[in-house]
Design a protein around this ligand. Structure first.
Ligand SMILES: *Cc1c(COP(=O)(O)O)cnc(C)c1O
Length: 402
């Protein structure tokens, strides 16, 4: 065991990139780790634990029910599976084979992401709609509601929407159209927290199901996520994830999570059985969620934002250009932008690579590389790493002496 901890030390890096999966995601607070440990030595009925989580998720998100999932990605798979199958056990048993029932999800062409593989994993087919002429540079229009409407047909099962700060058309409008057309709407809101008010605002938009990541701003285990929304859909999702190895005549799932009156027979292990979550993960994620909602992460966030401003002051003293993108609230991170002038003979990508190759290895945000910007995000930084991060940046970015 000790030997493997050494391996871990050997591959550890400074994460100035935010809670990304590639770097191990967010840092769990001690209370969350404690909840994980406290759950470890108890045998529980997992269905009942998920039912208890469902009640709290419902209360905290303003929805009817919720489920702890193996990441937002698994929440998307389970959400799509719920929309495809409802309470039809024969369909649940058959996924990802969707022959004989509607299995198309409409998605705005510019909302396709690598994560929608999770939806396609159910057997669903994505039908792209709309055109983003702002991106193609050929005009000013983007996907419109009528683009969805004209694509609806007998094979349409639902609508997939990826939420971001500039997703279009607005979520509320797509939700209104979906309701009118009697189609279920599944929303990928994995990275749309903070602010924590979004936990309620997004479901309130009228979406039937919303997926959040548990290992990003919620600071739960990296392997967790949340699915919340309509009770009947969460019931179907739970049936397709929970372990079904029981005798049908002994099977008594919690009624507020699973509506047995709707199912004919007991389904076998569903498509989500491959995405199970443990009792420890459920206990830890729910603890993290309670902390986020009660504002317990704010003091650390404010402290981390001070580290970013202090770092900016040091860089400026060394004549290294940078700019702090100030947050809109005390719950959000300040982000340091460092422009790399290609006239120095190095691009932002080169500098990013040099930082990764340094000792200690430093990973900075790479979302601005095409505009020549390095981004320093504080969420996953530790106070003790700041001197090393500051040194690494100064070493790589220091302009040559006159
Ligand atoms: C991070 C992310 C996901 C995946 O979330 P996990 O919890 O890692 O499964 C899905 N969609 C979007 C838009 C994301 O940013």
């Amino acid at each position: 065991m000790d030997r493997f901890l050494n391996e871990l030390r050997d591959v550890s890096v400074i994460n100035a990139c935010g809670p990304v999966t590639r770097l191990g995601g967010s840092v769990m607070p001690p209370e969350v780790l404690q909840a994980f440990c406290d759950a470890a030595d108890q045998a529980v009925l997992l269905d009942d634990l998920q039912a208890a989580a469902s009640r709290r998720i419902a209360a905290l998100t303003g929805t009817e029910a919720g489920l702890v999932t193996a990441g937002a990605s698994a929440a998307l798979t389970l959400g799509a599976a719920a929309i495809l199958c409802g309470h039809d056990t024969a369909r649940m048993d058959r996924l990802p084979d969707c022959d004989g029932f509607p299995c198309e999800f409409l998605v705005a062409r510019d909302q396709r992401t690598g994560y929608d593989h999770a939806v396609r994993a159910t057997g669903a087919r994505l039908v792209e709609v709309g055109i983003n002429e702002q991106i193609s540079g050929a005009g000013v229009r983007r996907t419109e509601i009528r683009d969805y409407e004209s694509a609806i047909g007998p094979q349409t099962a639902g609508i997939l929407y990826t939420l971001s700060t500039d997703s279009a058309p607005p979520l509320e409008d797509v939700a209104a159209m979906a309701r009118e057309q009697n189609l279920h709407l599944l929303v990928d809101a994995a990275a749309e927290l903070p602010p924590r008010s979004r936990l309620r605002e997004i479901p309130a938009s009228g979406a039937d199901l919303v997926a959040f990541s548990g290992g990003k701003a919620i600071c739960g285990p990296q392997s967790t996520g949340l699915l919340c929304g309509k009770r009947e859909l969460i019931s179907s999702a739970a049936l397709q994830m929970l372990d079904m190895d029981d005798h049908p005549d002994l099977w008594t799932p919690p009624p507020d999570l699973i509506d047995v009156s709707r199912v004919t027979g007991m389904p076998r292990h569903g498509i989500g059985r491959a995405m199970k979550v443990s009792k420890e993960e459920i206990a830890a994620l729910m603890t993290a969620l309670e902390m986020l909602v009660s504002g317990r992460f704010e003091p650390l966030c404010c402290e981390q934002n001070v580290w970013i401003r202090d770092l900016a002051a040091v860089l400026e003293e060394r004549s290294i250009a940078c700019r702090v993108r100030e947050p809109l609230s005390d719950e959000q991170p300040a982000v340091l932008e460092i422009p790399v002038d290609p006239a120095t003979g190095r691009t932002a990508r080169d500098v990013c690579r040099m930082l990764r190759q340094g000792r200690p290895s430093v990973h900075v945000g790479h979302a601005g590389l095409s505009e020549g910007l390095l981004l320093i995000r504080p969420e996953c930084l530790q106070a003790a790493q700041m001197p090393d991060l500051t040194d690494a940046l100064c070493r790589v970015l220091q302009p040559p002496a006159e």
